[in-house]
Design a binder for this molecule. Structure first.
Ligand code: BGC
Length: 722
């Protein structure tokens, strides 16, 4: 349908019909099996159900076809209903959680992964996903760090942009949560954020902006307030930044219930006032708060919301339906035989994504790869299929390959042993889904420990599969402790007493405190929440079929007290010197300043040597570029991939600049003995920031450069921008 026809359609619609295009109601209104992700707001009235423009949380061609047929029959203009779903890291084939995908440092693979997810979702009738989450996250207490690709603005930008491109091959993408949701005070979900404008603009807004350049169909507002104004009612964020500066032309949708929550925030007096404030900010679709369906008609009739503003919002929604081809074919993806199945090709892609995501942190005396000897897989993650996050509800656990299943494939079931070792949770642990009480928890753990120690006695190497259950990361899962459950820590200490070699694998959606675990382990590897092919991917790496190549997309802290923790901090007037005395410098008396394992860090089975780091010039003007290059050689005896990282520091500025910022990265693969010169172009635009004059500009002066293996190493080079 062309624009003229769409406009004519809008003109022909009644006020009620128009308002309802801006209303999204939960799928449970149509189908009792719908996935409810937020707080249910009560039953929509029949008229809302008949006219609401979109719904969420349901999938499956047969179910959706029936709903669409009935809906279109009743709708006065036969405008199709739009089906949306949170396809976050997989629909049927589940890839590693976004934080794991961040660790892969491979936007190309992330794009392919998004395309796979979207293809499967489209075949199940889904029109749009609420992904990517471009929120920068520097705080491991915030459970939604799992849904982010980490703490770095450049990494997040590339990953979010890649996801938009990948998804939009088949369905619509939604960049969320605009904005700065990840900066919640104290790491507590939904909490207020306080950010100066330069901190908001430089690290926090970057990834949304880069993702929006790829033309996503939607952007979602965030729950939090920023500097005292709830995002969902913020004209500064939604109009000035999103629409004017970023040039976003698509549909702006609120998060679940966020319009109504303007009342709780103390920003709107009641639901009607909330509807008005959200409309003023430019929120097109009200997800499930009932404010638009309840009061928008009244607001337009009174003249408080102008009919033109309403029409523009309606047109944006209809435009999205049109772009999705729904006017031509409202039953797109709703053929009974189109139900997606997990394919070998999809599994392979997911398996490679897992191997890329694994971050090897320690490997004392080459504990990994595993030898062909007696290997015991012990711990609550050894034999579980629960390897996907709480946001992969359309993927089924039964399709997942567990670690023990994959180990049996590699070594033969008769040659390995498995034991749970302990329960996943401490007694009465609180998860997003409630309190986990286990009857006879004490006795059960005594029994499991006994069995585990017998298994460990049999083995030469114990592979301890530990971590945090998927219900402990994701939405509403903030924590003030980043420790493994006490019962799991006890397990590792008891196994240590057997004197066996210990390889610890950590499954988790957030960074955990691993200082003690590091000391007790010979090898230590982060596996995130790896998804459907988790077991295979993990075995590919620990068996030595593939060398690990993942890099930390987040700093791993010594202790939770360091949070929020990120490598790109501002310098201080009293930096802590490398060697003492340390008195009266910026430091903790009882902890290092930096991370236990820094951003960008990760080991391989082979070794890489960096040499001959150089810049093509010592000076550049704004119109010129400098090439930074370094020779990288595989000095070990196994093929491996390495992520070469370029960091820059602007030494002086009208505003202080971070001690280092990731400016580019490249992942290369080298055979033993092979070498490659890796080069990056340094351009003036990479040096811009939000200056003291409140402009995006670079400033002449000295810059430092590192070409290196993590955010804390590398030889320092210098150039000047003139
Ligand atoms: C979450 C969003 C999600 C939405 C729809 C909300 O609770 O914050 O990320 O897309 O629910 O399920």
């Amino acid at each position: 349908m062309d624009r003229k026809k769409l406009e004519a359609l809008v003109n022909d619609m009644s006020l009620e019909e128009k308002v309802m295009q801006l209303v999204q109601i939960p799928g449970s209104e149509y189908d009792s099996d719908a996935e409810i992700t937020g707080v249910e707001r009560g039953q929509a009235k029949d008229r809302v159900k008949r006219l609401a423009g979109s719904t969420l949380g349901i999938w499956g061609s047969r179910r959706l076809r029936k709903i669409q047929e009935e809906y279109m029959k009743e709708h006065p203009h036969h405008i199709p209903l739009m089906f949306m779903l949170d396809v976050i890291h997989g629909h049927k084939t589940v890839l590693p959680c976004p934080l794991g995908q961040g660790a892969g440092f491979d936007p190309g693979a992330v794009k392919k992964g998004a395309e796979l997810q979207a293809r499967e979702a489209a075949a199940d009738g889904v029109h749009a996903t609420f992904s990517p989450m471009a929120d920068l996250c520097r705080d491991a207490r915030w459970g939604r760090i799992m849904e982010s690709t980490g703490e770095d603005k450049l990494l997040n930008s590339r990953m979010s942009a890649a996801m938009v491109e990948g998804y939009q091959r088949h369905i619509a993408a939604c960049v969320k949560h605009f904005a700065a949701y990840g900066a919640a005070e104290g790491g507590r979900d939904y909490n207020n954020t306080e950010l100066s404008e330069h901190t908001l603009r430089e690290p926090y807004l970057r990834a949304y902006g880069e993702a929006i350049k790829k033309d996503p169909a939607m952007v979602m507002t965030s729950f939090n307030s920023i500097n005292g104004i709830p995002a969902t009612g913020s004209t500064f964020l939604m109009k000035k930044i999103l629409r004017e500066e970023f040039g976003f032309k698509g549909v702006l949708i609120s998060d679940w219930g966020a319009v109504g929550e303007l009342v709780n925030h103390g920003y709107a007096e009641d639901q009607k006032d909330a509807a008005l404030k959200a409309m003023r900010a430019g929120v097109d679709i009200d997800m499930c708060s009932g404010c638009y369906s309840g009061y928008l008609e009244e607001l337009v009739k009174e003249g408080t919301v102008s009919p033109e503003v309403l029409d523009e919002a309606v047109l944006r929604v209809l435009n999205m339906k049109n772009d999705l081809g729904l006017f031509e074919d409202p039953f797109r993806g709703l053929d009974e035989d189109s139900t997606p199945v997990i394919t070998e090709e999809g599994r392979l892609l997911a398996r490679e994504a897992v191997t890329e995501s694994l971050v090897l942190l320690e490997n004392k005396e080459k504990a990994l790869p595993l030898r062909k000897e007696k290997n015991a897989f012990i711990g609550p993650f050894a034999d579980t299929k629960r390897l996907q996050s709480s946001w992969a509800f359309s993927g089924e656990d039964e399709n997942t390959v567990s670690v023990s299943e994959a180990a049996a494939e590699v070594y033969g079931a008769e040659n390995i042993k498995t034991a749970a070792g302990c329960t996943m949770f401490d007694q009465d642990a609180v998860t997003a889904r409630g309190t986990c009480h286990i009857d006879n928890w004490q006795e059960e753990n005594e029994r499991l420990l006994k069995e585990a120690l017998e298994t460990a006695e049999w083995a030469d190497t114990v592979i301890l599969c530990l971590g945090e259950d998927s219900t402990q990361s994701g939405e509403a899962t903030s924590k003030v402790s980043l420790q493994l459950p006490a019962v799991q820590l006890k397990l590792i200490k008891e196994v240590k007493k057997t004197g066996k070699r210990i390889v610890t694998l950590i499954f988790s959606g957030r960074p955990l405190e691993l200082k003690e675990v590091r000391e007790l382990s010979d090898a230590l590897m982060i596996c995130w929440l790896p998804g459907t092919e988790g077991g295979h991917g993990v075995l590919d790496v620990i068996s030595g079929k593939t060398s690990p190549s993942g890099r930390l997309p987040v700093s791993l802290p010594y202790t939770v007290g360091q949070e929020p923790l990120h490598y790109d901090a501002y310098p201080t007037g009293r930096p802590k010197p490398e060697k003492g005395p340390f008195e009266y410098t910026s430091r903790y008396l009882d902890c290092e300043n930096g991370a236990l394992y820094p951003f960008g860090y990760g080991l391989s089975y082979t070794s890489f040597e960096y040499s001959d780091a150089r810049l093509s010039g010592e000076k550049m003007s704004a119109r010129e570029t400098i090439t930074a290059s370094v020779k990288v050689r595989n000095t070990g005896n196994m093929k491996g991939s390495v992520t070469v990282q370029l960091y820059i520091r602007d030494v002086t500025g009208s505003r202080v600049r971070p001690v280092r910022e990731l400016a580019d990265f490249k992942k290369i693969s080298l055979n033993p003995g092979a070498e490659e010169v890796v080069s990056f172009e340094i351009k003036e635009e990479m040096l811009r920031f939000w200056t003291a004059e409140e402009k995006w500009e670079s400033e002449a002066g000295k810059f430092r450069v590192w070409l290196c293996d993590s955010s804390v190493d590398g030889e320092m080079l210098e150039f000047r921008l003139v």
